[in-house]
Design a protein around this ligand. Structure first.
Ligand SMILES: Cc1cc2nc3c(=O)[nH]c(=O)nc-3n(C[C@H](O)[C@H](O)[C@H](O)COP(=O)(O)O)c2cc1C
Length: 169
C-alpha cells in the first residue's frame, strides 16, 4: 500500500489542485494516497510512514474550515517513526500578517509528539510581514500563493518534491 498519506482541506480548490500535482509527482497511487480531511479520521493516518498535511489559511489566521473539525484527530496518532511535512496556501498581499499561519497552527498541535519534521522551505521570494508558518527562519513546509504568485507554483512544487522525495523513501 501507499506509504505517503496526503491529508488536505480546500475551500475553493487551490489546495486540492496543488496536492493533486504533488501526488502525481511523488509517483501516484502506488506511493501516495490523497485524503480530504472532510471525510478522514485518526485511523486513516495511522498506516502511513510519511504524512503531508496541507491546509490553506482562512478567515485571517485561521485553519480552513474542514481542518478546524479535523485537527483534534491529530492527537490520536502515534508519530514515533513517522516523518511529517506541510503544505500551506495563502495570500501574502491580502493577509501579510497571517500569511500561511495554518501550517504553524497544525505544527503546534504535533510538534512534541515524536515525529521527524522534514521539508522546511526558504522564505525567499515571498512578500509577507509575519507568519506562524515560519520556524527558525523557514516555512515549516511548502508555501504556495495562488492569489499573487501563481506563475511560480509549478516550479516551487517541483523543487520541493525534489527536497522531500529522498526523505520519503
Ligand atoms: C476571507 C479570506 C480570508 C483569508 N485569510 C487568509 C489569511 O489569513 N492568511 C493567508 O495566508 N491567506 C488567507 N486567505 C487566502 C487563502 O488561503 C487562499 O486564497 C488559498 O489559496 C485558498 O485555498 P483553497 O482554495 O484551497 O481554499 C484568505 C482568503 C479569504 C477569501
Amino acid at each position: 500500500m501507499a506509504k505517503i498519506g496526503i491529508f488536505y482541506g480546500s475551500t475553493e480548490g487551490n489546495t486540492e489542485r496543488v496536492v493533486t500535482k504533488i501526488h502525481e509527482l511523488l509517483g501516484g497511487d502506488a506511493v501516495a494516497a490523497l485524503h480530504n480531511v472532510n471525510s478522514s479520521s485518526a485511523d486513516d493516518m495511522k498506516p502511513y510512514s510519511y504524512l503531508i498535511f496541507a491546509c490553506p489559511t482562512w478567515e485571517i489566521g485561521q485553519l480552513q474550515e474542514d481542518w478546524d473539525s479535523f485537527i483534534d484527530e491529530l492527537g490520536d496518532v502515534d508519530y514515533a517513526g513517522k516523518k511529517v511535512t506541510y503544505v500551506g496556501l495563502g495570500d501574502a498581499d491580502g493577509y501579510p500578517d497571517t500569511f500561511l499561519d495554518a501550517m504553524g497552527i497544525i505544527h503546534d498541535r504535533i510538534k512534541d509528539k515524536g515525529a521527524t519534521f522534514v521539508g522546511a522551505w526558504p522564505t525567499d521570494g515571498y512578500n509577507f510581514e509575519a507568519s506562524k508558518g515560519v520556524v527558525n527562519g523557514k516555512f515549516l513546509g511548502l508555501g504556495i500563493d495562488e492569489d499573487n504568485q501563481k506563475d511560480l507554483t509549478a516550479q516551487r512544487v517541483a523543487d520541493w518534491i525534489a527536497l522531500i522525495k529522498p526523505e520519503f523513501q
